[in-house]
Write a new protein. Structure first.
Length: 238
């Protein structure tokens, strides 16, 4: 387990982008978290591509999660965030991206299709995850099941209240769909990011506490190739 502590958010974004760039190879399957934390990193990646340092369109992409009931038009949906922050500016061809459709009435089908996308590409090569306020990763909420593959999940109260920062209003979201932590754990390389003083207590639990499904990020402590990328504020309690 490697831990990188940066001076601030800008440095976190720059160094995380450099790390991601090492894994953008033709036909690697990449899984990026949405959320606020990676936004600066996405900008860096797009800038690196415009300087011709990397070709982001060479990889495959799997969307980590989605709010059930939200679609591409909805402010704060993972697909809208990722399209605006990454897939669009990076000009990723549509056929290279698989995301959950939060509007599909058949979530089992969504799970099966994502599992198929992942397994037919030999599993996830690289994943970059954000650590949530409750230690979740994607919608692997505290107490996450050992279920393999993808699943839907009842959202934790913390996730519901934090969600309002993405939607700009109160939305009665109750359910998420996510790539399960076991599939994420099978990725060859995992990066977990956190920024800001508000995350410091959960960052401490994730890195120094017991490895437990109660703090899903802590499950990655024993992964063979995991890096926790933190800014100084998020690392303050380590
Ligand atoms: P954030 O979300 O990057 O917006 O803090 C992280 C998460 O809850 O997954």
């Amino acid at each position: 387990m490697e831990t990188v502590i940066t001076a601030d958010y800008d440095e976190l974004s720059r160094l995380s982008a450099k790390k991601v760039a090492e894994y953008i190879k033709p036909d690697t399957l990449i899984c990026f978290a949405a959320g606020d934390t990676p936004l600066g990193m996405f900008k860096e990646l797009v800038a690196m591509q415009s300087r011709k340092e990397i070709d982001l369109s060479a990889a495959w992409y799997a969307g980590l999660d989605e709010w059930v009931g939200l679609g591409p038009q909805d402010e704060g949906s993972c697909i809208k965030v990722m399209t605006e922050a990454f897939y669009g500016p990076a000009r990723i061809p549509k056929e290279r991206i698989r995301v959950f459709d939060g509007l599909d009435p058949d979530m089992d089908r969504q799970c099966r299709e994502m599992e198929c996308w992942i397994s037919s590409r030999g599993g996830i090569g690289f994943t970059l995850l954000g650590i949530g306020m409750n230690g979740h990763i994607g919608f692997n909420e505290p107490g996450t099941p050992e279920t393999p593959g993808c699943f839907t999940v009842a959202l934790d109260d913390t996730t519901k209240s934090v969600s309002q920062k993405y939607f700009g209003k109160v939305l009665p979201v109750t359910t998420g769909i996510t790539i399960g932590w076991q599939s994420l754990y099978e990725a060859r390389t995992v990066v977990l990011m956190a920024s800001g003083a508000g995350k410091a207590p959960i960052v401490r639990e994730s890195l120094k506490g017991p490895s437990s499904v109660d703090v899903p990020a802590s499950l990655f402590q024993k992964h063979d190739d995991v890096t926790f990328m933190l800014d100084k504020a998020a690392a303050a309690l380590l």
